[in-house]
Design a protein around this ligand. Structure first.
Ligand SMILES: [Zn+2]
Length: 163
């Protein structure tokens, strides 16, 4: 029996590599932690259909250069679109970790998070996923521009040093 797209994302979020992602960053006076607990909550939200998973090719739903995208509607849950026909593998999985980080902030109702921190944290999670799955540095080093990278280090000091 073919495994559904939703089940594949759930398995990814409950898998060992995502389970090792853990970092915190400041948000105003508080600290926000991204860890396996958050990804498990996203997996549950997918299981309970509060977050929908759909294949898409329409540029209105998914930009031409994206493997996945998240359309957040915090009240009802959001929708994750996955490029139809894109091969399942580390590249797509990293994209999904990125989008599921955005989804996690919605699930956890992190309403005070700035758009910049939201995006930076999603990139850090994606890069950590590549590291946790033992992708070589060359695999992910080019995906974040130098400007973004210095910003990420500033926002999430130490996160990228996790072995
Ligand atoms: Zn993003």
């Amino acid at each position: 029996m073919a495994i559904s797209l939703s089940q594949r994302v759930i398995n990814l979020l409950r898998g060992p590599e995502v389970g090792r992602i853990r970092f915190s960053f400041p948000d105003g006076a508080a600290a926000i932690t991204v860890d396996r607990g958050m990804y498990h909550r996203v997996a549950s939200a997918i299981e309970h259909r509060r977050i929908g998973i759909f294949p898409a090719t329409d540029p209105a739903l998914i930009p031409s250069d994206a493997g996945a995208t998240y359309d957040g509607t915090p009240v009802d849950g959001g929708t994750i679109f996955i490029r139809a026909g894109k091969a399942w593998g580390r590249d797509l999985e990293g994209d999904l970790v990125h989008e599921c980080t955005h989804a996690g902030f919605d699930v956890d109702k992190r309403n005070t998070l700035t758009a910049l921190n939201d995006e930076a944290a999603a990139y850090v999670a994606e890069v950590l996923y590549y590291r946790m799955s033992s992708a070589p540095l060359s695999y992910w080093a080019g995906m974040v521009s130098a400007t973004d990278r210095s910003f990420l280090y500033g926002q999430c000091a130490g996160a990228l040093a996790i072995p």
